[in-house]
Design a binder for this molecule. Sequence first.
Ligand code: FAD
Length: 485
Amino acid sequence: MKNNGNSSGTPIIVWFRKDLRLGDNHALHAAAQTGRDIIPVYIREPADSENGPLGAAQGWWLHHSLKSLEADLDSIGSRLVLRSGKPDTALADLINETGASDIYWNRRYDPKGIAVDTPLKDQLSDQGVTVKSFAGQLLHEPLRLKTGSGTPYKVYTPFWRALEAAGEPDHPLDRPEKLAAPDRWPASNDLASWKLLPQKPDWAKSFSEVWTPGEAAALERLEAFVDDGMSGYKTRRDLPSVDGTSGLSPYLAMGEISPARIWHATRNLHNVPADDVITFRKELAWRDFSYHLLFHNPDLPRENLNRKYDAFAWSGTSDAFDRWTKGETGYPVVDAGMRQLWRHGTMHNRVRMIAASFLIKDLLIDWRRGEAWFRDTLVDADPASNAASWQWVAGSGADASPFFRVFNPILQGEKFDPDGIYVKTFVPELQDLPAKFVHRPFEAPEAVLKTAGVTLGQTYPQPLVDHAKARDRALAAYNKIKDAA
Ligand code: FAD
């Protein structure tokens, strides 16, 4: 350790985590303000560590995001140092190699991140290293919002009111124009050696049809959404066949854009109806609410928030789970969603709810299996939003949709994708079915199926379950636990 207690003039390590951006990055901004040399670092934590690993789809995203951050840092005279290993060891090595005396980072609020950061901060401070942590991942930090009695929120609407009452998040900070660089850069891992990109098969090859990771792409997407997409958001956000939402979730998940920047971009929009702006802000606040829940209930991804669901008799089979993952349930809107997930690493929010309800209620498969599948396959996989949303659909979560509200995949499809455009995009074998049957091919007359080139059980699956019977079965299972304390 080279620290001698006098930190002026020594380099500052800025440890990037899920904040892979230059703009509105409080840790980076504060470090740049000092005028001292900055060593930006990203540490790939070991797969078996508390904080690893990311899902496979997000690994793809991370690779491209780090490349983009590297280029952005390069453009302001700096670099990104890549290291792998446990953060305490990786940072100790860097301190030894560079003589850095300070480490700055932005706080994270997931239990695994906290489990790494809290002891690390103490350990580094004990060693005489100055550690400074900053806010920026959320609109407001989880401890800031409390009910009148000082307890955490469990219901969204009062949480939203408190969030609004807390005032606007801080105005986003500009990106630094220049970072001072050390005379000698410490060694860096070769990103390719991390093997974040799938090789054979390259299952992510179609991700780039819809996604460009990185801060610049996030800012472009935000601008395009504010200019053209936000007007009408309240109704269009529910239609999976239209580009009616911001598409910002993977950028938020990796911190390529801050929620504060998004919030501020929705101010003073004179040509967007206020209702659309409020609806959008409320969605953004669901992300904060999810973190609030996770922060106060660290077991959220693993344990039912409402413990009466512990006794629920999950009886679904592995075969049914496999067919759900592959988009072969025989319910077109569910299959389209699951195939969109595989092809593009994302799924429309409305369809996420339908597909999740189908897994939990029609197939009686534990929500945790669905949560894990989404975590591995979504580019926007987020420890808080994913867990909170799965528990919301299961009925076991905070302010959750009641279990007995079972989404009907046929009626949901007909309501939100009336012409079957979304279904036909991802389930092309139903391309020629008339809209009347696109969500219920199993009810189509033989002649209609024949004309459309559909043979159920061959070109497209027979339904895995009969929804009406599956619903009764789910409600019967629920009735056995519903009165438990
Ligand atoms: P927009 O409609 O443009 O919304 C703007 C932002 O608000 C989003 O980017 C997101 O950060 C936030 N947001 C919107 N809806 C929600 C919500 N219901 N909960 C929390 N935040 C929300 N979202 C994730 O970011 N990561 C996940 O892993 C995730 N898993 C989900 C699993 C299930 C079963 C369900 C039903 C929903 C899940 N969501 C998750 C929430 C939601 O589906 C996505 O945030 C949304 O589809 C992202 O698209 P968008 O950025 O275009 O959203």
